[in-house]
Write a protein that binds this ligand. Structure first.
Ligand code: SF4
Length: 381
């Protein structure tokens, strides 16, 4: 089997080229052809010596992921479903905004964490994606979009969020080389501040990411105390909130931004009451005596039947946001995008051969909290 060059960061490609008896600058040329120009055939790399192109033909390939489907939302959001073999498929979503183009990228086929509110989590876990499979999503999307939007070669994707299917920090070995290609000036040249890794809280890997490849960090918090978070995110039993927030503060010493983004999915009657907002504000402002420098991103839940959960009403989301803002915490409410094509947050289900029976475990945990909320406790000025 020939090597798929999408699997290499620039260092890896330089090593591969050295094995062919080629100098490092040839690797840089090749890398630019692949990632900056979207080339998939060595024949089109006209400034490479013919002898090198012949060597590459026999030893390497540039192979993206087979595209299964593409859906374009009325708001311009585009969702792609890619075949990753063996009956598994992963999704990527492009979200255009006036000042940026964001690609949401998957890191695993499925996810073993099994968060209660996440449709990927309910699919179970099949396998980690390789670096090449992670990058193939960006490689395809960037070069497809340049043609689709007729940008005349201008870059379209300015931001990448590792928030698609999977827990990226449970696929660390493949994640870091992929991030390095995104950041490399000879690759996609993205700013560290515009590449975000989102994690449910794999504490040791947060520390390693800070050392190896600090980028923006988003943490799925979703609850202000361990009792509730244990029920929503099973990983919390291993890495409880105090340890997670300590890791966030350590990460901030390396991070390209001076804050962590905490994601908080608003679940009707579960974590969205005024007392939760006050407890959350207290937590992030007082943890360890100095708090955690952060922004809060409230996410309207996208219900799916297997979750047994409902979206918080708008007035309760606004009341929750007001309590946090009044406490001095920068708080945003995420706009839902791509609702009409199931591309909104937590709706990326792909198609996964579950090897972990995570869905069965989630079903067994359904002892949780769907208690009715008395109407008069939910309205705040
Ligand atoms: S929210 Fe993230 S970590 Fe949790 S199950 Fe979904 S993909 Fe996995």
């Amino acid at each position: 089997m020939t090597a798929n060059l999408l699997d290499f960061d620039l260092e890896g490609l330089a090593t591969f080229c050295a094995g062919l008896g080629e100098k490092r600058f040839r690797a840089t040329q090749l890398f630019r052809w692949i990632h900056q120009k979207g080339a998939s055939r060595f024949g089109e790399m006209t400034d490479l010596a013919r002898s090198l192109r012949e060597k590459l033909e026999g030893s390497a390939r540039i192979e993206g992921l087979p595209l299964i489907s593409q859906h374009i939302s009325s708001d311009g959001t585009i969702k792609w479903l890619f075949d990753v073999g063996d009956g598994n498929a992963v999704e990527s979503v492009f979200i255009p905004e006036a000042d940026r183009g964001t690609l949401c990228v998957s890191s695993q086929a499925g996810c073993a964490v099994g968060c209660r509110f996440c449709s990927t989590g309910h699919q179970g876990f099949s396998r980690n994606l390789s670096s090449g499979e992670i990058l193939a999503q960006l490689w395809f999307a960037e070069h497809f979009l340049r043609g689709h939007l007729k940008t005349d070669g201008e870059r379209v994707i300015s931001n990448v969020v590792m928030m698609g299917m999977g827990e990226p920090l449970q696929n660390y070995g493949a994640l870091v080389p992929a991030l390095k290609v995104m950041l490399d000036d000879h690759g996609y040249g993205l700013s560290r501040r515009r590449v975000t890794v989102s994690t449910s809280g794999v504490v040791p890997m947060i520390d390693r990411l800070g050392e190896d490849c600090p980028v923006a960090l988003a943490v799925s918090l979703h609850a202000p105390n361990d009792e509730l978070r244990d029920k929503l995110i099973p990983l919390n039993r291993k890495y409880p909130i105090a340890e997670l927030l300590d890791a966030c503060n350590r990460y901030l010493e390396h991070a390209p931004r001076d804050f962590i983004t905490f994601e908080y999915c608003m679940l009707d009657g579960v974590n969205d009451l005024p007392q939760h907002a006050h407890e959350l504000a207290r937590l992030v402002q007082t943890h360890g005596g100095r708090g955690v420098s952060c922004k809060l991103n409230l996410i309207p839940f996208n219900p799916f039947p297997a979750s047994g959960l409902l979206r918080s009403p708008q007035h309760r989301v606004q009341a929750f946001a007001k309590i946090l803002s009044d406490a001095g915490i920068v708080t945003t409410v995420r706009k839902t995008r791509g609702d009409d094509i199931d591309a909104a947050c937590g709706q990326l289900a792909g198609d996964v051969k579950d090897r972990t029976r995570v869905d069965r475990r989630i079903a067994q945990q359904r002892t949780v909290m769907l208690r009715p909320v008395p109407a008069d406790t939910t309205r705040e000025a």
